[in-house]
Design a protein around this ligand. Structure first.
Ligand SMILES: Cc1cc2nc3c(=O)[nH]c(=O)nc-3n(C[C@H](O)[C@H](O)[C@H](O)COP(=O)(O)OP(=O)(O)OC[C@H]3O[C@@H](n4cnc5c(N)ncnc54)[C@H](O)[C@@H]3O)c2cc1C
Length: 391
């Protein structure tokens, strides 16, 4: 175990988790080298929705971690760091079928039990609060004190505020261990080996190859849509909308009749630009370069069914990103088993924008030999016995 603050730390990956780690380490005076195979926010972080939200989290450790994650966003917004890039708003989870009402009721109980401020809205109340919604909406749960942030803006802010420069186009190809195999002495890149006192792997889907985790991590594609500006409709939306089916697609609640086809679950986020961000799919492969008309038309049809006025709003573009999913649906946060000075933070699936900054804080605490500010025992990488440095 690392027993003192290291002087130098290499962070592999400049998504939101790597950038958050670099920020909190730099604040402690640690010299950080942040390396990326491509560029900051080049992968999931740059192609995400951006809900900073407890609403869709699975009850248990993920819900608890998300509460801390949202609280940290609020704190950093108040401190000025995220002031103009963290939009606060409620999330409305909407049920449009009896099955969704059942799921939503138990999810609302779980949220309330975790200390989240929730309000149940029956059909009439919902119509009053949210006139843009179709009459298909049977009930809703308003989850208060949530927010939205664009991943690449958060990364940019963390890097500039900490003065961290990213070594771009520097793929880490392997980890070099000491002869006894208990420490990392360097990381291997095409430009040569780089040495540091400790290493943090925050390489999203790239972490699998570095740590021999290919069987545990799955790339999970998501397709998203952005509309043109529609200021009046946008202003009439009291918060973001999440379909009850989204909870099933994400596995936040058990799906009675199986998961929705293509993992379709609807989220409509009114952005501060006046546009709408609409998603999305969950597809277990990693090709982020393509969108397909089947997914796009299904997402649009679902969105218009819930907010009919969206039919008059033009679609500007579609894009896709690839989440990193873990076999047991919990992220990996902690020390790499068997290695004194190597740490990993990956596998955040659809929750890494919310959890990125708090994870960065936790990683800085771990690397400096302190107890983490949240309970990360459920996320301990050691739960996968095969985890270790790839040969
Ligand atoms: C469609 C979609 C919607 C989403 N919506 C939300 C949401 O609403 N709310 C939410 O909280 N989360 C959301 N997410 C999830 C969130 O985007 C991710 O969980 C988060 O961005 C993961 O951040 P990361 O830093 O772990 O990984 P990434 O952002 O994937 O960053 C990893 C970085 O590591 C680099 N890298 C990889 N391999 C190597 C290597 N060998 N050497 C050097 N560098 C390497 C990559 O180039 C990349 O820049 C969404 C994701 C997607 C795709």
């Amino acid at each position: 175990m690392q027993t003192r603050t290291p002087s130098t730390v290499i962070v592999v990956g400049s998504g939101i988790v790597g950038a958050g780690t670099a920020y909190f380490l730099a604040k402690r005076g640690v010299a950080v080298q942040l390396l990326d195979a491509a560029a900051p926010a080049a992968e999931a972080t740059g192609a995400a929705d951006g809900a900073v939200s407890v609403a869709s989290k699975r009850p248990g450790p993920m819900m608890q971690a998300a509460l801390a994650g949202v609280a940290l966003y609020r704190e950093l917004a108040q401190a000025g760091l995220f002031a103009d890039i963290f939009k606060t708003r409620s999330t409305f989870i909407i049920a449009s079928s009896n099955e969704e009402c059942t799921v939503l009721t138990s999810h609302a109980d779980a949220l309330a039990g975790a200390g989240v401020r929730v309000e149940r809205l029956g059909a009439a109340m919902l119509r009053e609060r949210f006139p843009a919604l179709s009459s298909n909406a049977m009930m809703a749960v308003e989850v208060h004190d949530e927010g939205h942030a664009i991943g690449y803006q958060i990364v940019h802010r963390l890097l500039t505020a900490s003065g961290t420069l990213v070594s771009r186009r520097t793929p880490v190809e392997g980890l070099v261990t000491a002869p006894d195999g208990r420490r990392i002495v360097a990381i291997a890149t095409p430009q040569g080996n780089i040495h540091a006192d400790a290493v943090v792997i925050a390489a999203g889907n790239g972490s699998g190859k570095l740590l021999g985790l290919e069987q545990i991590l799955t790339p999970r594609k998501g397709q998203l849509l952005i509309t043109e500006r529609a200021p009046a409709l946008n202003a009439a939306m009291a918060g973001s909308i999440m379909s009850g089916r989204y909870l099933l697609s994400k596995g936040s609640q058990p799906a009675g009749n199986g998961k929705p086809a293509r993992g379709l679950g609807l989220v409509i986020d009114p952005l501060s630009t006046g546009q709408f961000l609409i998603g999305g799919t969950r597809e277990d492969h990693g090709d982020r370069r393509t969108n397909d008309i089947d997914a796009v038309s299904h997402i649009l049809a679902d969105a218009v069914a819930l907010v009919p006025e969206l039919a008059g709003v033009r679609l500007l573009r579609s894009f896709a990103g690839v989440r990193t999913a873990v076999a047991d649906s919990l992220p990996l946060i902690g020390r790499v088993p068997g290695l004194e000075n190597a740490y990993v933070a990956t596998g955040f699936e659809g929750d890494g924008i919310c959890l990125g900054p708090i994870t960065g804080k936790v990683m800085s605490e771990l690397v400096c030999g302190e107890s983490p500010c949240i309970d990360i025992a459920p996320f301990d990488p050691a739960r996968f016995p095969r985890l270790g440095v790839a040969a």
